[in-house]
Structure formats: C-alpha cells, structure tokens
Design a protein around this ligand. Sequence first.
Ligand SMILES: [Fe+2]
Ligand SMILES: [Fe+2]
Length: 170
Amino acid sequence: MGKKAIDILSIDVSKLINMLNAALSEEWLAYYQYWIGSRLMEGPMRSEIEPELLLHATQELNHAVLVVNRIIQLGGTPVINPKEWFKLTRCEYDEPADPYVEVILEQNLNGERCAIQRYKEIADFTNGKDHTTHQMATTILNEELEHENDIEEWITDINRMKEELRKIRL
Ligand SMILES: [Fe+2]
Ligand SMILES: [Fe+2]
C-alpha cells in the first residue's frame, strides 16, 4: 500500500490487522467446519442441503482471500501457521462428531453468528476512517447474514417436515 494511502487512514492500523487476522483464522475454521460437515452429514434433506453447505464453504474461502489481500495492503503479515488459528479465533470450532443434519446446522449457525459479530466490529471500527476495509467488511457481513438466514430456513423446513410426519402418524 502506498505511503499516502496509509497516511490517510486515521486508524490504529496494527489493531485493525489483529482484527483481520482473527477474522482470517475464523474463515479458515468455518471453511473446514462446513466442508467436513457436509461430507459427513446424515438425515432429512441431506441431498438438498449438502451442496448448499459446500457453497457456503467456498464463500468462506473467498472471504479469506479478501481478508488476506487487505492485510497485505495494510502492510501486515497474514497468519502463516494454522496453529495460530486457534489462538486468534473467537468462534468455536465445533467438530461434527454427530453427523445428524440438525446438529451440523446448529454448529454452523453458531459460527455464522460469531462471524456476523466479527464483521460488525470491523465495519464499526473502520467506519469513516478506512473506507476500503469498511466496504470489504460490509460486503462480507452481508454474505454472513445470508448464510445465517439460509441455515435458519433449513432448520424451519426440517421442523415443519417432522411436524407433518407426526400428523400423518396420528
Ligand atoms: Fe465468512
Ligand atoms: Fe458464513
């Protein structure tokens, strides 16, 4: 990033880089949690939900690309060792030990809510001070909000399906 570009940022750049490295760690963990969860998942609507979870996984990876690019532009060093991910993340990595679809969805939902909080904070921190990072954070935030909404809808659909089955049995 050019000298003038860094000068015009009226912001604590090292604090921002720390926040971005935490977000980067969370994206990789979210990517893997989605990806391995979709591979292991069992239960109702599996064939419908699995490709959607893989799409979410790809989108988390794209977020990681955006965040890394911004860290480098700001003159920072992106996390270079996965061991650091667990030190920097604030989101739980929920291992999908139980492959039941609803359990996997709940785990991913927690991850999305954690990501929403992260990008809200980055957006607030950079608001009016670093337009480029602010724009990136709001773009990613919008996708995380869509992810949360997708998962909530699948959980609602599964519950409705279970309710219908219960009525049939009565
Ligand atoms: Fe993400
Ligand atoms: Fe997400």
